[in-house]
Design a protein around this ligand. Structure first.
Ligand code: NAD
Length: 422
């Protein structure tokens, strides 16, 4: 057993396989974190992770402890096993929340109750009141929560943010963003949870771009309306699988965001995504345009791969997470998907180190000081500096369930959402 912070990942699905586990394995390899355990609802996703050929090749000799164990009857489900595991961890280690959106709050509650630092995939939670409660409880206990909005670690976003703050663009007026995931997602586990009653594709992916606009400009979202088209998944469940959202910001500027599980599987990239923002100066227009799928690399392979969405001709994006061979044995994950997890893990470790050797009172004060620093720097999303996203989430859900009626967000003491009054 290592003396480095242990990491317990709750949720062993797609995001764990393509981003969280490779990133944490690499962070473990660098000696920053210690043992890794992963808890899923049942054994099949854990088996997939344990057998993943790329992970084995990239991280030879590294592994995780699966809960339930890999030989458990695949049909048997363990919805509360994560609670037992978290309760058994020594205080102030790390829980990574990677379960479906509507389950985040329950896992976060268990982690906080047991004094664990948290890295949570976006969106933190689906309700603003939950985010406020989480923020308060975590601060009182001196626990770091990093919300994994990985696009914040895309260098083009950090460039735009820095230049915007220098006053290079003027005032935001109009924006258009899109993030369309592949059609084949409909055949994945999404069909079991991203259904009308739980979530929608606006909640699932638009938050990256609404967060990004605020991250760059500091403007808060004020009015939200989301039109969604309901379609059936292959298993018969129904989901809002195409959405068109309009977010009006506090200065009257407006962002239109379109999302779907509809990008052609035969398309050359893994998805379609990007944002354009138009601004005004005294007597001129300015703009920021990001082609976020980055169509600049073109490959044609001898044969197409065996994963869904693999094509012979491909335009792979080097940005989010890719493996490269830079020696040292295995492969190294690169991209903003990696950098984001590394930043959160290192922030948590900073907090653990800051309290080292101090008595309880001083240790808490040292941790709280760092938490406020993270909140104020607002590079890493925290419940305090990013809970406008929960308000957008709530507003979006209220709107989509009511035929795209416009919903107003109120900030301050009585923060909340309600239908806009005209
Ligand atoms: N771009 C992004 O930031 C991004 C991308 C993908 C997913 N995500 C987020 O990650 C989360 C998971 O998405 P995914 O695509 O990996 O989903 P998924 O459906 O592939 O996996 C969900 C996992 O959660 C596990 N799970 C469900 N209930 C559980 C329970 N009670 N205890 C333990 N494990 C349980 C399942 O076994 C499964 O392994 C979602 O919140 C999603 O919004 C974020």
């Amino acid at each position: 057993m290592s003396d480095k912070p242990q990491v317990c990942i709750v949720g062993g699905g797609m995001i764990t396989q393509v981003q969280i586990l490779p990133a944490i394995y690499h962070i473990q390899r660098m000696g920053i974190v210690g043992d890794i355990s992963i808890c899923a609802l049942n054994s099949p996703p854990l088996k997939t992770l344990a057998d993943d050929a790329t992970l084995k090749k990239a991280f030879p000799g590294q592994n995780f402890t699966p809960y339930p164990s890999l030989d458990t009857d695949p049909e048997k489900r363990f919805p509360d096993l994560f609670k037992e595991l978290i309760a058994k961890m020594p205080k102030r280690n790390i829980v990574v929340v990677a379960v479906p959106d509507h389950l985040h709050n329950t896992v976060i509650e268990a982690a906080l109750e047991n004094d664990q630092h948290i890295c949570c995939v976006k969106p933190l939670v689906l309700k603003y009141s939950q985010a406020v409660k989480i923020e308060k409880q975590a601060y009182e206990k001196g626990l770091v929560i990093g919300v994994e909005y990985h696009k914040r670690f895309d260098d083009r976003v950090l460039m735009a943010r820095r230049l915007y703050k220098q006053g290079r663009f003027g005032e935001f007026r109009l924006g258009q963003a899109a993030l369309h995931e592949c059609w084949y997602y409909r055949h994945s586990n999404f069909q079991n949870w991203c259904t009308c009653e739980n979530s929608d594709v606006f909640a699932y992916i638009a938050c990256h771009y609404t967060d990004q606009l605020t991250f760059i400009t500091g403007l808060l979202p004020k009015y939200v309306s989301v039109y969604g088209i309901i379609e059936e998944y292959p298993n018969g469940n129904k989901g809002y699988l195409w959405t068109d959202g309009r977010v009006i910001f506090e200065n009257g500027g407006v962002l239109n965001v379109q999302n779907a599980l509809g990008y052609p599987d035969e398309g050359p990239g893994g998805n379609w995504q990007g944002i354009r923002m138009h601004f005004r100066g005294d007597d001129c227009g300015t703009m920021i345009v990001h082609n976020d799928q980055y169509r600049g690399v073109e490959h044609a392979y001898l044969k197409k791969g065996s994963d869904p969405g693999d094509t012979c001709y491909a335009e792979p994006s080097p940005d989010y997470l890719k493996y490269v061979n830079i020696g040292g044995g295995g492969l190294t994950p690169v991209g903003y998907g990696y950098r984001s997890i590394e930043y959160i893990m290192k922030s948590i470790c900073k907090c653990i180190d800051a309290a080292e050797g101090l008595d309880e009172k001083k240790a808490l004060a040292a941790r709280q000081k760092l938490i406020r620093q993270f909140d104020d720097e607002a590079v890493m999303a925290t419940p305090k500096n990013s809970s406008y996203n929960e308000l957008v989430m709530e507003a979006g859900r209220l709107s989509i369930l009511n035929d795209a009626r416009e919903v107003e967000i109120t900030y301050g003491e009585n923060a909340g959402v309600d239908f806009r009054k005209y």
